[in-house]
Ligand binder design. Structure first.
Ligand code: PLP
Length: 374
């Protein structure tokens, strides 16, 4: 080994010491179970994993490493930044669904990357960039967030036909209310999308893909012409009870003290001990993704029992009220459990903080060490 590579190895080790207090573990078998679940239940659709927002907080590298040998036809990301990161990890084609500054069209390196076009101004700029690119066209079926409006579609399709250097490989849309158990809006959007498929096919352009469904809507769409599912939350195990949550977030007891009755804990003194109690400290706070709204409300699991957060969650630290239990220094404490019925599951944390599972997951900081288990 050369001196140079010895030095490089040494530096790499320095960057990544053997131990970390905070660890996010990703279960390979859970991810693959969820992926296979959708492949089995929707055999006529391709299943495209959505890896945006750092793979919903799970980490791009672990999720790519789990999925790449299963050869999905696309991995979906939101930004060019994410696309470049995924491209460093695998050679799977990437579908970039987010908006892109059109000024960047001419300089982006698009090998293996398929763009999405959301509006006519971007389409015009893509055409004027003179690049030969493959793209998917987004149409607005009622979410009114992005996409070409149906009344503009005829002229948009004509423009695409007139510019054969741009290849429309897919047409897609997104449902607005699919995760609402009382959803009455999706059938209307699905009907409009079906009409759009007919219109696109009659235009003489025959894109290979039409896609509309995400995790919650896969079961609502039963049209053979719609042939791909953009699978986000379901891949990670959170959209349906039949799935397996893949993520566990653990921290470590790094300090402990006995606090007397009447003593207060953490910023602004929002917690007062009712009796003498054991308080343990973990080095994870709202920076790491331990949501600050869980101050005095959230729980962690330690040796199969739950203990409450004592006082305000700080930027990188949280105090736990261990009551009569003396926590052992450097023992592991579970902040997020993969068991959906646990009080510290993603679903229950989202309920406690009055938000959605997506938000809790994606706020898990990318600097936390990820490891793939089983
Ligand atoms: C356009 C689009 N498709 C698919 C998804 C994935 O949705 P889900 O995580 O509900 O599967 C998202 C998520 O934000 C999205 O914006």
């Amino acid at each position: 080994m050369s001196i140079r590579s010895l030095a490089d190895n040494f530096l790499k080790k320095l960057e990544k010491p053997a131990h970390a207090f905070n660890i996010i573990s990703i279960s390979r078998s859970a991810i693959l179970y969820n992926y296979s679940y959708f492949r089995k239940h929707y055999p006529h659709s391709q299943i495209w994993p959505v890896l945006k927002s750092n793979a919903y907080g799970h980490g791009l590298a672990p999720i790519v490493s789990i999925l790449k040998s299963h050869n999905p036809s696309y991995l979906i990301v939101d930004s060019y930044y994410e696309a470049l990161k995924v491209r460093q990890l695998c050679s799977t084609p990437i579908l970039l669904i987010g908006s892109i500054p059109p000024q960047n069209f001419s300089q982006m390196k698009l090998d293996n990357i398929t763009l999405c076009v959301q509006d006519n101004i971007s389409l015009d700029l893509l055409i004027s960039s003179k690049r030969s690119v493959t793209f998917h066209l987004k149409v607005n079926t009622g979410m009114n967030r992005q996409g070409i409006d149906p009344q503009d579609l005829t002229s948009t399709l004509a423009k695409i036909k007139d510019n054969p250097q741009i290849k429309m490989e897919g047409v897609f849309s997104h449902l607005a209310d699919a995760d609402n158990p009382q959803d009455k809006y999706s059938p209307q959007q699905i009907k409009l999308f079906s009409k759009i498929i007919t219109q696109v096919n009659h235009s003489g352009l025959h894109p290979r893909y039409f896609h509309l469904a995400a995790s919650y809507s896969a079961s609502k769409i039963n049209k053979p012409r719609i042939n791909a599912i953009r699978l986000g939350l379901g891949l990670y195990g959170y959209s349906h009870p039949q799935l397996r949550p893949a993520l566990t977030f653990t921290s470590t007891v790094v300090n402990r003290r006995i606090v007397q009755k009447g003593d207060t804990i953490s910023y602004n003194r929002t917690f007062t001990a009712k009796t003498k109690t054991n308080v343990g400290l973990i080095p994870a706070g709202y920076f790491e993704g331990f949501d600050r709204r869980l101050s005095n409300r959230g729980v962690v699991k330690y040796r199969h029992r739950f203990y409450g957060v004592a006082g305000r969650i700080c930027m990188n630290l949280t105090c736990i009220d261990f009551k009569n239990t003396v926590p052992k220094m450097f023992d592991s404490v579970e902040i997020i459990s993969p068991n959906p019925i646990d009080k510290n599951s993603i679903k229950n944390i989202a309920r406690l903080t009055d938000t959605i599972s997506y938000e809790i997951l994606i706020h898990l900081h990318s600097s936390i060490r990820r490891q793939v288990t089983d």
